[in-house]
Write a protein that binds this ligand. Structure first.
Ligand code: SF4
Length: 400
């Protein structure tokens, strides 16, 4: 693979100052003030973040986020070729937004052995470079179960990077194994854990967490677990689940906490915001994010998170059509080839999981951007032009 250096331009603010300003920003006093203040090196604080959330000019907010994205990465949009494997759906918790978990006596409960885990990878081993593995909190699994899975995978497929475990899984494994978080992560890292995907942040506001995922780690614990991973040299992503019971101010506080954590420990590679999908869950009072909310949150994330390099359009959750808009509204990364996915599809996602690199590239090119295939840890890149294929992408029409 021909490698390029595509890291975020450290001098992006200088490049931003030379970018031509779209009319939707230029003739909006508030947005042009925000732009000037960013160019001058200031951060968007919580108050301005909340004002952005309530500001009516969504086109201008998207355009401002796109300017920042382009100042960092030009017209490039990143993706990788990965596979999702969920080791178990058995979970001791029952988060109200979760359609994936099962009790251990459920007929639909399953737990993969290390051999099963590798056999899920077998059909894709020649084409993927990452396995994304998250699941439930199994009542009897300890660190050894995960070490076995990772070691089996690494023995057979040393080239495949293992991105695995949410913070609450790490906490659960540590408790079950009688180990500290630090020791647990150290052991898992030695057994093949390469990075941590960031799921489970939900909203980092404990009063909301208590209502949607009681029993999960507290906000401070989520951040601390990621901090410990960063200390050990394990890169992580971070996420936000929105459209449950949180307010716009809660979302802004969430971004603020992630930015502070990144200042302190510096290991977040990518931020992945995604809306709650309501099918098959137990949260009837959820506020449900609209398509406009999704684009607004992605754009504000790019504007506020000046120290997290990448913002991802999580295709498995928001679908291909919104993803195509998101990559022109601040997102520079799009979810990969995936191969198989349960968590979002159990909750109602209908996004296709059988895309290959050419299909993803076509999606990115159709948005007027350049597809760049990356590896799991954003250290190797190659432009990937699509070859024509019958994509058959159609917008859903009324009555269909
Ligand atoms: S979100 Fe995770 S921790 Fe919560 S019930 Fe689902 S699988 Fe369990």
């Amino acid at each position: 693979m021909l490698s390029y250096e595509f890291d975020s331009h450290p001098e992006w603010r200088g490049r931003l100052s030379k970018t031509s300003v779209p009319l939707s920003v230029k003739y909006d006093d508030f947005l042009s003030h925000v732009l000037d203040s960013i160019i001058d090196g200031h951060r968007v604080n919580r108050e301005i973040g909340a004002q952005l959330h309530h500001h009516g000019n969504l086109t201008g907010i998207s355009a401002l986020a796109d300017m920042i994205k382009r100042a960092r990465f030009g017209g490039n949009v990143f993706f990788n070729v990965n596979l999702h494997v969920n080791p178990t759906n058995i979970c001791t918790l029952a988060c109200r937004f979760c359609a994936f978990r099962r009790g251990s006596r459920s007929e639909e409960a399953y737990s993969l052995t290390a051999e099963d885990f590798v056999s899920r990878i077998d059909p894709y081993s020649d084409i993927i470079d990452e396995v994304h593995a998250v699941g439930g909190l199994h009542p009897s699994w300890t660190v050894e179960n995960y070490c076995k899975m990772y070691q089996h995978s690494k023995n057979k497929y040393p080239h495949i990077s293992i991105k695995s475990l949410t913070a609450v899984e790490v906490k659960h494994i540590a408790t079950r194994s009688g180990l500290s978080i630090l020791e647990t992560l150290r052991i898992l890292h030695r057994s093949g854990l390469d990075s941590i995907p960031g799921g489970g942040a939900e909203i980092l506001v404990d009063s909301v967490r208590d209502r949607i995922c009681r029993g999960k780690e507290k906000s401070a614990e989520y951040l601390e677990i990621h901090q410990i991973a960063h200390t050990l040299g394990i890169p992580t992503n971070c996420t936000m689940l929105f459209g449950t019971l949180e307010t716009p101010e809660d979302r802004i506080l969430h971004l603020h906490k992630l930015r502070n954590q990144q200042d302190a420990s510096g290991g977040f590679q990518c931020f992945v915001p995604y809306p709650f999908l309501e099918d098959n869950s137990r949260l009837p009072e959820a506020k449900i994010a609209s398509a406009s909310d999704v684009i607004r949150v992605i754009a504000i994330s790019r504007i506020m998170l000046d120290n997290i390099p990448h913002i991802k359009a999580y295709r498995m959750n928001i679908g291909d059509h919104l993803s195509a808009i998101a990559i022109n509204s601040g997102a520079d990364d799009i979810d990969g080839t995936v191969g198989h996915e349960e968590i979002m599809h159990d909750a109602g996602s209908t996004t296709r999981v059988d895309y290959d690199s050419n299909q993803l590239s076509t999606l990115i090119e159709s948005a007027g951007l350049t597809p760049v295939k990356r590896n799991s840890t954003y250290s190797s890149y190659a432009i990937h032009n699509s070859t024509p294929f019958n994509q058959n992408l159609r917008l859903p029409m009324a009555g269909q």
